[in-house]
Design a protein around this ligand. Structure first.
Ligand code: CUA
Length: 381
């Protein structure tokens, strides 16, 4: 993306790194506006102060100090001007905050696990990596992140993206890289002795190179994104959903949660992901990654209405990669086809805004929620 020459000069004067994501120019523009306005204001105040110093230094000793009076309109301008600017900055900043928390449709999901002192990445189609996050250019990438120990913060300066990573819950961040290249990942939250060494890199490849890279990641990578529909993923070894099915079996999840949409001791996994869940206290939440992981760690907090609060906590039992795999498994069952010979009730995909006419694609590893679903999420938090 070519930047206007003047703004590029301002960026260099402010010692900001290059802009390599779609949000970076917007974040910088707000930065310039705030810096520029405060600099102008400070310069004006300094100029008036200096002028007055010289003006009154020349006054005779018997000259009385005049009383300075402000008319009502001057008062309004003095208070209203800065207030308006402050509100404008706040509004612009809030808009960017909303954009930063709303991954666009069709984002590519990557699970991130932070621990002292490294970054681990897992791709829903199977591959995993340590320290190196490989992503496509020109496509939104959503990170679903959690920590195995203390609070860390995922930060890539060139993307202007910084998001805390917390133990026991999932936070998300997204970016769309605009230039192929290698960008440094920093941890931006002090997390112990080697905090400063907790680095990694984002390798941004063109869409074509990325597809080739994903394919090279062993046989599991070859499951790809396009050839998977509904529960067919279960037939492909190596991807996270398959691992998640294994985690569910080993941890007795299926003793209480069915896979076929029937209610049992707990809600069925089928059709659960991104459905709206009515809670005991009357609220409704969206069953996204954050809700699903919180339900495993703190099941008593947001209990699904109509179910007894009998689920034990899996804090300390399920490791972060297992939680991520379970979530991918539940995602894969969002519109799962019934097993041969089993008659099932129709699963109604419940995107919260029921009036929305959103076309919902079948599950594919690596694909984030549809835009409508994410819109709805904004309102639920
Ligand atoms: Cu992890 Cu600082």
């Amino acid at each position: 993306m070519s930047e206007p020459g003047f703004l590029d000069l301002v960026r260099k004067i402010l010692l900001l790194p290059e802009q390599a994501s779609t949000i970076a120019p917007q974040v910088d523009a707000l930065h310039y506006a705030v810096i520029g306005t405060t600099m102008l204001g400070a310069t004006a105040v300094a100029a008036v102060t200096i002028w007055r110093m010289f003006r009154w230094a020349r006054a005779r000793d018997d000259e009385p100090t005049p009383r300075l009076r402000s008319g009502p309109w001057l008062m309004v301008a003095k208070i209203g001007g800065p207030l308006t600017l402050f509100l404008a900055f706040w509004l612009l900043g809030f808009r960017q905050y909303v954009v930063l928390h709303k991954p666009p449709e069709g984002s590519f999901d990557v699970y991130v696990t932070a621990k002292q002192w490294m970054w681990k990445f897992a791709y829903p189609s199977g591959p995993t990596s340590v320290s190196t996050l490989t992503v496509p250019v020109g496509r939104p990438v959503r990170l679903v992140m959690t920590s195995r120990d203390v609070i860390h913060s995922f930060y890539v300066a060139e993307f202007r993206v910084k998001q805390d990573v917390l133990p026991g819950r999932f936070t998300t961040a997204w970016f769309e890289v605009t230039k192929p290249g290698v960008y440094e990942i920093l941890c931006a939250e002090y997390c112990g002795t080697s905090h400063s060494g907790m680095r990694g890199s984002v390798v941004a490849l063109s869409e074509g190179d990325f597809a080739k890279w994903l394919e090279r990641q062993g046989p599991q990578g070859a499951t790809g994104v396009e050839d998977v529909e509904g529960a067919v993923v279960a037939a492909k070894p190596g991807n996270m959903a398959v691992h998640g099915a294994d985690v569910a079996r080993r941890n007795q999840c299926l003793a209480c949660h069915t896979l076929d949409g029937q209610r049992h001791i707990g809600p069925s996994f089928r059709g659960l992901y991104l459905s709206s869940v009515p809670l005991e206290d009357g609220r409704t939440v969206l069953a996204d990654e954050a809700y699903l992981s919180r339900s495993m760690m703190e099941p008593a907090v947001d209990v699904h209405r109509g179910f007894a609060p009998v689920m034990p906590s899996f804090r300390g039992v399920l490791a972060a990669p297992d939680v991520a795999a379970l979530i991918e498994y539940i995602k894969s069952l969002r519109f799962a086809a019934p097993e041969p010979g089993v008659a099932l009730p129709e699963v109604q995909p419940k995107v919260r805004d029921a009036g929305l006419d959103v076309e919902i694609p079948p599950y594919a590893p690596g694909l984030g929620p549809a835009a409508g679903a994410v819109d709805a999420k904004e309102g639920s938090q």
